[in-house]
Ligand binder design. Structure first.
Ligand SMILES: Cc1ncc(C[n+]2csc(CCOP(=O)(O)OP(=O)(O)O)c2C)c(N)n1
Ligand SMILES: [Mg+2]
Length: 377
């Protein structure tokens, strides 16, 4: 397959044809994968509503990217580590992280209320700095290779992340040392307001793999089955000692960058509407219905289960006593705080006790356009 070809299994019932379900995915798997999509979608929609109600903080929605998450995770073995970004914030739920913990993280809680122990779930901390988790994913797989324990790692990241040095360093190291890392790039074509055409001079992300002598596979990112297949093949390759793979899941960011963003300011709604019919949840439901694997009532059952799961998580979150600001520092220092710590903390506490002071009104002064710089002594 050339880098420009897009691997796709699910058609759209119109111009895109259905292809055969790849070997290794039975009916039970297809249903479970669909169930995962429904859980992710339900969480995402509820989280946006909670943010609007002021019950959680700014939220990076992923509406439409569920297939890139569930499909890739479903291909992993239990012992494999996954490295999410803010965009895959709730992936841990599919590995048993409580819904309330993820919501607590989005609400800004520290400590156990807003954080899970990554080792318990083999889900690395949700990464907000762009691409910084990629070298970590490679390091983990490198350690596994040295131990020869068969563990692989998978890291999701966006199109924008491919412009970071960490992306290059991780790809280079992984390919030189032939570690079992799957670089799963969700090319949703936007990095906040920067379109992918301003991100790179190549026409695909997959072709950039050639620079590291690793395979670059392009899949339909709205097709969870294609995402599963590409990831399964890449993991097999990694476990066989053949090294890393770059997967480009080509799709489109159907929602805003986050709840604090308004994409109307920088892109045309008409383009978004062209991509919307390809979104994975409705499309997989239609595909599985055409195959005779899924019906309305089973899908409805999944939906009800997911709604209950998220509603219980919200209840649990809101029953937790809100932590104080001192938890901010709980996990910062591995060998105790530095000697300046108490002094800094006292200052912070006194600042938060001070009444708010009205800022002085600036005098208008003559507007000559000249800027006065302080003179050197
Ligand atoms: C190192 C770093 N630089 C800048 C930012 C601010 N920032 C947050 S999200 C984002 C865009 C990332 O786009 P992309 O990698 O395509 O991922 P997407 O948000 O589309 O999932 C930027 C620049 C950051 N979080 N970290
Ligand atoms: Mg992006």
């Amino acid at each position: 397959m050339s880098a420009a070809e897009v691997l796709r299994v699910m058609g759209d019932g119109k111009s895109l044809e259905d292809r055969a379900v790849p070997e290794g995915l039975g009916e039970k798997d297809l249903l479970e994968l669909f169930r995962w999509l429904v859980i992710l979608r339900t969480f995402d929609e509820r989280a946006v509503a909670l943010q609007r109600q002021g019950r959680i903080g700014t939220y990076p929605l992923y509406w439409g990217e569920e297939g890139t998450q569930a499909g890739a995770l479903y291909a992993c073995q239990e012992g494999d580590w996954v490295f999410p970004t803010y965009r895959q914030n709730s992936i841990g739920i599919l590995r048993g992280v409580p819904v309330a913990t993820i919501l607590g993280w989005i609400r800004g809680y520290g400590g156990p209320a807003g954080f899970y122990n990554p080792r318990d779930y083999r889900v690395a901390p949700i990464c907000v700095p762009i691409a910084t988790h990629l070298p970590h994913a490679v390091g983990l797989a490198w350690a596994a290779k040295i131990r020869n324990d068969g563990t692989a790692s998978l890291a999701w990241f966006g199109d924008g992340a491919t412009s970071e040095g960490d992306f290059h360093e991780a790809m280079n190291f992984a390919s030189v040392f032939k570690v079992a890392t799957v670089f799963f790039c969700v090319n949703n074509q936007w990095a906040i307001s920067t379109p992918v055409t301003r991100q790179m001079a190549t026409s695909t992300i997959a072709e950039r793999a050639a620079a590291y002598n690793m395979p670059g596979i392009r899949v339909d990112g709205f097709d969870p089955i294609a995402c599963w297949k590409a990831t399964r093949d890449a993991l097999e390759r990694g476990r066989a000692g053949e090294g890393p793979t770059l997967i480009e899941a080509y799709c489109y960011r159907l929602g805003a960058h986050g709840t604090a963003d308004d994409p109307k300011l920088y892109r045309d709604d008409a383009e978004t509407e062209r991509w919307r019919p390809l979104e994975p949840v409705g499309r997989m439901f239609a595909f599985l219905s055409r195959l005779g694997v899924l019906d309305e009532s089973t899908a409805e059952g999944y939906q009800q289960e997911a709604k209950r799961m998220v509603a219980d998580g919200v209840k649990q979150l809101e029953s937790i006593e809100q932590p104080g600001q001192d938890v901010l520092f709980d996990y910062v220092y591995s060998s105790g705080p530095p000697w300046t710590f108490q002094e800094g903390l006292a200052e912070l506490e006194s600042m938060s006790r001070q009444p708010e002071v009205e800022p002085p009104t600036p005098s208008p002064g003559p507007n000559t356009g000249d800027v006065e710089f302080p003179r050197e002594p």
